[in-house]
Design a protein around this ligand. Structure first.
Ligand SMILES: Nc1nc2c(ncn2[C@@H]2O[C@H](COP(=O)(O)OP(=O)(O)OP(=O)(O)O)[C@@H](O)[C@H]2O)c(=O)[nH]1
Ligand SMILES: [Mg+2]
Length: 503
């Protein structure tokens, strides 16, 4: 009996010490929980189904790890994580109408803000990220603000990590040389981790335009309660084993979900009408001697692109079906949706490559766009699958915009990763002389790329309505029922399965 007591005592001691003994983030948790707030939420909401999962949930970091350096980036430079507003120097300021003074412990401040009640989400997000909002008044700020011919209410918006400083400097140089040195549009930089002083100071010096840096609110970069974390991890492993790029990455999924349904909700973007998305490591090849924001407004354009290419099917197995269900439920008619359908009314996988886009923020903020995003988000497939923001923006445009509201900026020569395109002018040497094209290093994607570019050129508006949606859904489900592999079958909606059997 004595022996048993001793054993029980040892077990109890072990269990009470367990969390502190094993509370080690190095247990490859950082990949799953880029923001420890997410991890904490996972801890509260996941249902551990076996001992390993219970163990896993016990190992998750707590609030106190908030804003720790991004553990999955390979950093050699300790300055990369250092943020201190007061050390930035006199050239940097807070923004007017934003909170300006904060307690020394910013992590506690953020936790308190997240646990407080606000009159609106905007007020909450503003209060939450305010300590990490830094403004640099570029020497050209006046040129932008006080002109006889006012500039558009627009900005160049960049989601970026501290570790991408060099690649971003390159993109800004390109943007300034080709366009913005004349137009002086401000830049807004967003990050799920605080920008470092080194990043802020270096980037502010890269342009004479104004620059504003901010953290992203927790609500915009975290796993919703409805998502089963462990199910997501199982799906990530499957995709990863099929060598799907970023198939196993949680942070990539946060990025795609943020770009699909949150960037336009950031408090810094609320007063803007248009945005130009810029990414690190891009090239622009041609001088742009007109203002594309102005062009968009004057010509009633809502969404614009330069590269139209195919998505990896494995990342979006159920996106087309979800989109059609939405179109059916909302009785959507559109003359641009057919651009994305093949001859069997399956998704042709074409999408506007969203690392470049100039678009209306009023559209992204509209009830229609938001309702489509909410419909998609409810499925959890940003996390279970690997839905990218590019096909989502594209299908949203297909559902909600007239084809004339979508614009291809032929004048903009552009490269990102290994894809490059530039305008080909046959008899216009003046226009051609505005571009320096790398035809010795890259092929022109418009000519040698996927079928999507020619689909765009040849597209004739088609009056897609609910009958087309219903036909497309029926065909989709029939295909799935004929090939009931586990994965496909899983996605068939009961309502449609019943309808097919009835017919
Ligand atoms: N702050 C932050 N930015 C990120 C993170 N992941 C990606 N980004 C940014 O999001 C953008 C897209 O990320 P990429 O890594 O370029 O993804 P990609 O697959 O190349 O996307 P495409 O360029 O559209 O092909 C870039 O501007 C990145 O800097 C992240 O975890 N945190
Ligand atoms: Mg990219």
């Amino acid at each position: 009996m004595k022996n048993w007591n001793f054993v029980i005592l040892i077990v109890l001691c072990f269990l009470s010490l367990y969390p502190s003994l094993f509370h080690i983030p190095s247990f490859s948790i950082s990949d799953d929980c880029p923001d420890p707030f997410s991890c904490d939420r996972i801890k509260q909401t996941s249902i551990p189904v076996n001992f390993m999962q219970w163990l896993y949930s016990k190992l998750l970091p707590t609030y106190s790890d908030l804003l720790v350096p991004d553990k999955d980036s390979s950093k050699k430079d300790p300055e990369e994580d250092f943020f201190d507003f007061d050390a930035l120097g006199p050239d940097f300021s807070r923004l007017p109408d934003w909170p300006t003074s904060f307690p020394p412990d910013l992590v506690q401040y953020r936790i308190r803000t997240l646990n407080s009640t606000f009159a609106s989400n905007q007020l909450k997000w503003k209060a939450e990220v305010a300590p990490w909002v830094v403004h640099h008044r570029g020497v050209a700020e006046n040129l932008y603000l006080h002109r006889p011919d006012p500039r558009e209410k627009a900005a160049i918006v960049v989601l970026v990590r501290n570790s991408e400083l060099r690649q971003l400097q390159h993109s800004i140089r390109m943007m300034e040389d080709r366009f913005n040195r004349v137009y002086n549009y401000p830049y807004i930089f967003l990050n799920d981790k605080p920008f470092s002083n080194k990043f802020i100071q270096t980037i502010a010096k890269s342009t004479s335009s104004s620059t504003t840096f901010s953290l992203i609110p927790y609500d915009h970069w975290s796993i919703p309660d409805s998502v089963n974390f462990f199910k997501a991890k199982v799906e990530h492993r499957k995709l990863s084993s099929q060598n799907v790029p970023y198939g196993g990455s949680m942070s990539y999924r946060h990025m795609c979900r943020f770009n699909s349904g949150f960037f336009y909700k950031h408090p810094l973007l609320q007063d803007l009408d248009f945005y130009w998305r810029l990414e690190p490591d891009i090239d622009f090849y041609c001088d742009l001697d007109f203002d594309p924001f102005k062009f968009m407004r004057e010509n009633n354009k809502v969404y614009s692109f330069v590269i139209f290419l195919t998505e990896l099917e494995k990342t979006i197995p159920s996106l087309w079906e979800s989109t059609l269900q939405y179109a059916y439920d909302k009785n959507i008619s559109s003359n641009s949706l057919k651009l994305f359908a093949d001859k069997y009314d399956n998704y042709n996988l074409c999408h506007f490559w969203s690392n470049f886009e100039i678009a209306s923020l009023k559209w992204f903020r509209s009830d229609e766009y938001e309702s489509y995003f909410q419909h998609l988000d409810k499925s959890g497939n940003f996390f279970y699958e690997r839905w990218g923001d590019a096909p989502i923006h594209s299908l949203a445009a297909g559902l909600l915009l007239d084809i004339d509201q979508i614009h291809f900026f032929n004048e903009i020569g552009y490269r990102h990763d290994g894809f490059a395109r530039w305008p080909v002018y046959k008899n216009n040497s003046a226009a051609a002389s505005k571009c320096m094209v790398p035809s010795d290093r890259f092929r022109n994607f418009d000519i040698d790329g996927t079928v999507c570019s020619s689909l765009w050129e040849e597209y004739k508006p088609y009056p897609w309505d609910i009958k087309d949606t219903e036909n497309a859904l029926n065909k989709l489900y029939l295909q799935k029922l004929q090939k009931p592999s586990d994965q496909n079958y899983m996605f068939v909606d009961q309502k449609w399965r019943d309808a097919i059997y009835r017919n």
